[in-house]
Design a protein around this ligand. Structure first.
Ligand code: E4P
Length: 228
């Protein structure tokens, strides 16, 4: 499963992109509204940093306006994927934009039926919102599994993108169920790093090595002899 970062913050993208684990990014109007600066500059900067698909969302409700916004957003950067909220108009806009070769991430997908329509409209990604399902006591794992298994037999190329990720367990569930992508907030990426046995193991390795000062000197010399 590939990782996107779910954010409107350039500094968060800079940090997590440095880990070498990102394939793309997703923004949304709420995330961008929290940031200073012009949205276009932010989206372009994120595209450059992740070097891969970066979702930027339309906000109109009717298909013709969504299509106009989608075309304009797609021109911001070659990596822009147009995010379209799910609705009948959203499906029509997705179909039109996909026909023009513009990739669409259909967002706010909460059921297998919506995902099947999304796939037929030609979306590249169907964003299944796990956290928001759990918020209203609908089991996100069950719905995500229904979406993945409903899309696969039809030979669709639409990728299931696990979104609204609130904790590391959502990420593991998405991977286990066969989602192609999870879009993960920076905070959850940080939570995914941690394990007490890793911390204690690292400290132990370091202490044991340092108990042999000649080993410390040997490694320092080995490194210094390497060509620049
Ligand atoms: C996905 O692309 C959305 O931007 C995001 O995952 C929504 O997450 P939230 O439900 O935490 O707002």
């Amino acid at each position: 499963m590939r990782f996107f970062i779910d954010t409107g913050s350039v500094s968060e993208v800079e940090e997590i992109a440095g880990w070498g684990i990102l394939s793309g990014a997703t923004t949304n109007p709420s995330l961008l509204a929290k940031e200073d600066g012009e949205p276009g500059d932010i989206i372009r900067r994120i595209c450059d940093l992740v070097g891969g698909p970066t979702s930027a969302e339309v906000v109109s409700d009717d298909a013709p306006a969504m299509i106009e916004e989608g075309r304009a957003l797609a021109k911001l950067h070659e990596h822009v994927v147009v995010k379209v909220p799910f609705s009948a108009d959203g499906l029509a806009a997705t179909h039109a934009l996909s026909d023009e070769g513009i990739r669409v991430n259909m967002t706010l997908v909460f059921s297998a039926t919506q995902a099947l329509l999304t796939a037929q409209a030609g979306a590249t990604y169907a964003s299944c919102f796990m956290g928001r399902l759990d918020d209203i006591s609908i089991d996100s794992a069950t719905v995500t599994e229904e979406i993945v298994t409903a899309l696969r037999p039809g030979g669709t190329t639409t990728q299931v993108l696990a979104a609204s990720i609130r904790h590391p367990e959502h990420v593991v569930t998405a991977a286990r169920l066969g989602c192609e992508v999870a879009t993960v907030p920076a905070k959850v990426f940080h939570q995914m790093l941690n394990h007490p046995l890793t911390e204690s193991g690292r400290e132990r390795f370091k202490a044991d090595w340092q108990s042999r000062p000649e080993f410390v000197s040997w490694l320092r010399e080995l490194v210094s002899k390497q060509p620049a």
